[in-house]
Ligand binder design. Sequence first.
Ligand code: GLU
Length: 482
Amino acid sequence: MSVRVRFAPSPTGYLHIGGARTAIYNYLYAKANKGTFVLRIEDTDTERSKREYEESQIKDLKWLGLTYDEGPDNPGEYGPYRQSERTEIYQKYANQLIDENKAFHCFCTDEQLDAKREEAIAQERSPHYDGTCRNISKEDALKRIESGEKATIRFKVPMKSYSLVDEVRGKVEFPEDMVGDFVIMRSNGLPVYNYCCVVDDWLMKITHVIRAEDHLPNTLRQLMIYEAFDATPPIFAHASLLVGHDRQKLSKRHGATSVNAYTADSYLPEALANYLCLLGWSHPDEENIFKLSDIENIFTSKRFSKAAALYDIEKLKWCNAQHLRSLDTKTLIKRSAEFIDKDSPYHEMNDEWKARFVELYKEKIDLFSQFNEKVSEVFGDEIEKTQELLEILSWETTGQIRTYLNEQIDSLISNSNEFATEEDIGNWINHVKKEMKIKGKPLFMGVRSNLTGKDHGPDLKVLATLTPLKTIKSRIEKIAGL
Ligand code: GLU
């Protein structure tokens, strides 16, 4: 039997990183087993579901590289792939359950149910549905509906215990009497999650359900429905929860939780996918940096971990930096361009300049957006008067070096040069050393501080040749006027 897995988001918001992780696991499981990855949109909450969210989630899935084999925009033979388009199917199977005496129409109003629940709690009884409508015959129920009464459809919960062997959690037991007869179809004709999810997984021939641990309690109701349809349940794997530093379930309090916030922040999709994959799963060779394509043949549910996984944005940044540094120069230039401010002087430079710039700074940034600070470092002429800089500027030798460099720069500018070359910088340093007899720290700090207006920074020969001579000249003038 070929593997069929699904990702079943509700389009009631943007794609959450927890959802993205679930999608990654399902995608990889399908790949590893040469199976099929299905996208099903669970949009039965008509008030909160929006097409805009569905589109945004699909966009983010594709951004992460999680292509699916079947879905609303790519239907296979088990469609439709949006639950809102499957209402008749849910109705049909709910009627079948009624005919088989496994479900019943319930006419209790919300007010009545609330009152009964409160009373049960006050009397320390279980607040389960009390069975008021359980034995109304189908004929009587249909008559009442015809005469205009509203009814939900409730599932008749069998009095027995259930258990499952979860791929991650092992044996999970659900003792008898955990739940009462529950609603599967609302009075407005729309299905309830635990019911329609099973109808779909069953009809779509889903073989494995991989999702987060917070869905484990739902599995009980779902097992009951599989049983009622005489269907074999899929294999379940409930991956560990994602938690923040306070060990609480990840939420907005812990920072950005939607994938699109990371897209906007210039994270690399392969880095986000890599990091999310490691939250609850581990590589057999303990590797931390990989692309999904590197592991799609070795991904197994055996390496899921039971313990909650800490979502740590610093680790994600580190992971992003590793991926960023492994990109070749051309790719770095191409992929970073959209994250460098539109009006930045960077965009006016030629490819050779850009190549030297990205290579100089790639080890010093975690995210493409941080290239912006580096552009300012190259083009800015403001002098930040730090203690260290003022100390260097107070040395007599630094002033002597400045006079010399100023002459050299003037001469290059008057010969229509826009930039110095690495050879120029090398010659200047040699001159200061040999002719002016300045060595060591006074030499290197003196040259650096005059050219860059800073007491530290990246490779001076590259940095000083990326900066327009006019900018260097302006820095020198500002330093002289301090
Ligand atoms: N629509 C559900 C959710 O977004 C799907 C849960 C499941 O995978 O069964 O949480």
